[in-house]
Design a protein around this ligand. Structure first.
Ligand code: DGJ
Length: 725
């Protein structure tokens, strides 16, 4: 049983295959965290319950007495505001008296097999109840009547614990949640580096590592989206931990809106980590009897290095987060019209793309931005989701038939949460854009954000989408989101609920996405936000793949893909080959084959030689689909650490096949290079698919591959595959 309650010590023990997490019900029903780390058989860890208080400056509970336990220094399971714990708080509730002292104490629990869904929100799931067990810990503020449920779903096989909270107002009076984080973890030391993923549009998810220091440090977003600028992922890696060694805690937030992930190191040199909705742009009013559910946060621990942390998350997301038909079914390889034509296309041009692409082995054509309203540039028509038949020179149905006749499926682009000032929708409903009374909202890419916190707005957009999608043979949908949100407000929200807007907006987005995947389960859905501006675990619940970046330069992509792989699986990573000329097509394809390979170019303009390279690469992509989609990733040489090259490797789950890729970014003076492979069976023998050479797994992992005069020049690359014999 992964979750046990130990009566004697009053502890809860949450075990995965390799980890243990221990919660104690302490005196006066304080909930403490005694341990999170490698598996231990014990139910209690002595000496972890209290730490030296800060003389008379650490408040004492009047019943327990002074000079022992203080919420200021104890490892609190869920740190709250104003009741003696001065560290960053995971929960703050303002009561009807106006104060925000929040003091929750244990009052019961429930343990059960499986895992419940979160109302209205995406979250991880179980395929069968035997995959996970859930602990619901009940805690209550006896003075205010705020009741809190702390949820822990333990997935033993992946060393994952999924966490969230629910706050219920059990008093007859109103209360306001000022902050409600999903996860709080107190660690007994601070000898960690924080790893996070910063970026910008076209430069997403750069891995950054910095030592923890005393005080508060962290990342977040207030942009109305999980954002390009900081991904909702944070890891704490033991000093010196690398890809293969050392202890690492990973935290990933299943949410697409404003977030905050913080670590505070206190005077006792301990660390508190919290992750949840950004409290500065959030509050939520609860009437008597009402509840609020936080989004989910995923927590993983391993002592086998950063690479293993990533692989655990990848496996978990592939099995317990991504869902729908294309979770397991092979996804069609696509060509997208955006970089090939931008807004400048008609049916003939698209059909010509389809015809040439078919010869390359492509399986689907995606018509990107520009097919609706009167949109020929980015200044109009968002919100007018009817087909521009004049531009297409015919109906959408006819175009799709022609593409299907060329042997390709057909996909389409939408940006449902936006509205152009120059649109019929805006002229009819000027109050449907996100705005605050009396201010003209700011523009972003010439557009406003549509207020999808409103049901009437969502119904309108959904009806428009439903018409197009149900009347046509559309098999893929790219959902874009091309600006961030300011002037945050909704005409329908009363003043005391204005701060609920950002979260209500995201709930509205999830509602629309849920309608889409429910009504059209066979449509392959790809998420996008100006590239990877909403690349987060929540989006993976709706769309199994996400367009990783608008930057398709293969060298820049190395950084983006290495960073993305920190927590997100290759199966999710939209990676296309474009016409940009930094390297030849060989390297462009080798890099794009890390993800959900596709083309973003005009295939009628390729030379014969380029056509041949791409055709062969596509064959290889199809052959290695399972290996990349389901295999284990090993990051061998990181571009963030090595200025000359990047290398990575996929290994099939049964270790029978591996694909090694190396890309040279800059020439180095070296006669030969040795790269050690990982993850193979040391006792098995592997044959090089191309040369037929046979080596033991042990040799490939310990002596390594010797690359002499291979992929030496900048922009060159090599892929080598081995099969177990
Ligand atoms: C941003 C996306 O990232 C691009 O791929 C493309 O779809 C454009 N938007 C279209 O406006």
């Amino acid at each position: 049983m992964p979750i046990i309650y130990n009566e004697k010590n009053k502890t809860f023990k949450l075990d995965t295959d390799n980890t243990s997490y221990i919660i104690q019900v302490y005196e006066e029903n304080y909930l403490l965290n005694l341990y999170y780390g490698d598996f231990i058989p014990d139910c209690f860890v002595p000496g972890r319950d209290k730490r030296t208080p800060n003389a008379s400056f650490s408040p004492a509970n009047p019943v327990i007495g002074e000079h022992g336990f203080s919420p200021d220094t104890a490892p609190m399971e869920f740190g709250t505001s104003g009741a003696g714990d001065f560290r960053i708080s995971a929960l703050e509730i303002r009561n009807s008296n106006g104060d925000s002292v929040t003091d929750i104490r244990y009052c019961g629990h429930k343990i059960y097999d499986g895992k419940k869904e979160i109302p209205q929100m995406p979250s991880s799931y179980v395929n069968s109840d035997s995959e996970a067990q859930t602990l619901e810990l009940y805690a209550k503020d006896a003075v205010t009547g705020a009741a809190v449920t702390l949820y822990y779903s333990v997935f033993p096989k992946y060393d994952i614990i999924a966490r969230r909270i629910r706050v219920t107002n059990e008093s007859p009076k109103k209360m306001r949640i000022e902050r409600a984080f999903s996860l709080c973890l107190d660690l007994p030391d601070m000898d960690y580096d924080m790893i996070s993923l910063y970026g910008a549009h076209a430069k997403e998810r750069n891995a950054e590592r910095r030592p923890l220091a005393h005080g508060i440090q962290g990342i977040g977003s207030r942009r109305g989206a999980s954002s390009h600028t900081q991904n909702p992922f944070m890891a704490l890696a033991q000093k010196g931990a690398d890809e293969e060694h050392g202890s690492v805690y990973g935290f990933n937030f299943v949410y697409s809106g404003n977030f905050s992930a913080l670590a505070e190191c206190d005077f006792n040199c301990t660390t508190r980590v919290i992750m949840g909705i950004d409290p500065d742009t959030f509050s939520w009013e609860l009437d008597g009897g009402e509840s609020f559910d936080s989004p989910e946060a995923i927590m993983v621990y391993t002592s086998r290095g950063i690479g293993e942390m990533s692989r655990l998350l990848h496996r978990f997301y592939n099995n317990n987060l991504i869902r729908g038909r294309y979770k397991t079914e092979k996804r069609p390889l696509l060509i997208n019209s955006w970089e090939a034509a931008y807004f400048n296309f008609d049916s003939d041009k698209l059909v010509a793309f389809a015809k040439e692409a078919k010869k390359l082995g492509v399986e689907m054509l995606v018509m990107d931005d520009g097919w609706f309203g009167k949109r020929n540039d980015d200044t109009s028509s968002l919100g007018d989701w009817f087909v521009n038949e004049e531009k297409l020179q015919g109906s959408l149905g006819d175009l799709i038939k022609r593409v299907n006749n060329e042997g390709l499926k057909f996909g389409i682009w939408y940006e449902p949460e936006m509205i152009s000032p120059d649109s019929d929708l805006f002229r009819a409903h000027p109050d449907w854009c996100v705005h605050v009374e009396g201010r003209e909202p700011m523009l972003g890419r010439n557009q406003y954000v549509l207020d999808v916190s409103r049901k009437d707005v969502r119904d309108n957009i959904w009806e428009q989408m439903y018409k197009v999608l149900s009347e046509n043979n559309i098999e893929y949908l790219k959902w874009d989101f091309n600006r961030n949100i300011c002037d945050a407000g909704s005409a329908l929200l009363p003043p005391e609920r204005k701060e609920e807007f950002f979260h209500r907006f995201i709930l509205g987005t999830y509602d629309l996405m849920n309608r889409l995947v429910t009504a059209f389960p066979n449509i392959l859905f790809e998420n996008c936000s100006g590239g990877g501006g909403r690349y987060d675990p929540a989006m993976l619940c709706y769309s199994p793949q996400i367009w990783a970046s608008d930057n398709t330069d293969p060298i820049e992509r190395l950084y983006i893909q290495f960073g993305t792989s920190m927590c997100y699986p290759a199966s999710s990573m939209g990676a296309h080959v474009s016409a940009c000329d930094r390297t030849g097509y060989g390297t462009k394809c080798n890099v794009a084959r890390w993800g959900t390979f596709g083309l973003e170019l005009d295939p009628t303009k390729l030379t014969d030689e380029e056509t041949e390279i791409i055709r062969n690469q596509i064959k290889d992509y199809h052959r290695n689909y399972e290996l990349v989609n389901r295999g284990d990733l090993y990051r061998l040489i990181s571009p963030f650490e090595n200025p000359y090259r990047a290398a990575w490797q996929f290994v099939s789950p049964d270790k029978s096949r591996t694909m090694f890729t190396l890309v040279t970014m800059r020439r180095e003076f070296r006669q030969h290079l040795i790269v050690k492979l990982h993850g193979l069976d040391p006792n098995a023998y592997y044959r090089n698919e191309e040369t037929g050479d046979v080596f033991s797994g042990a040799l490939l992992m310990n002596a390594g591959l010797v690359l002499t005069h291979i992929a030496e020049k900048s922009g060159e690359s090599v892929v080598i595959c081995f099969d177990k014999i």
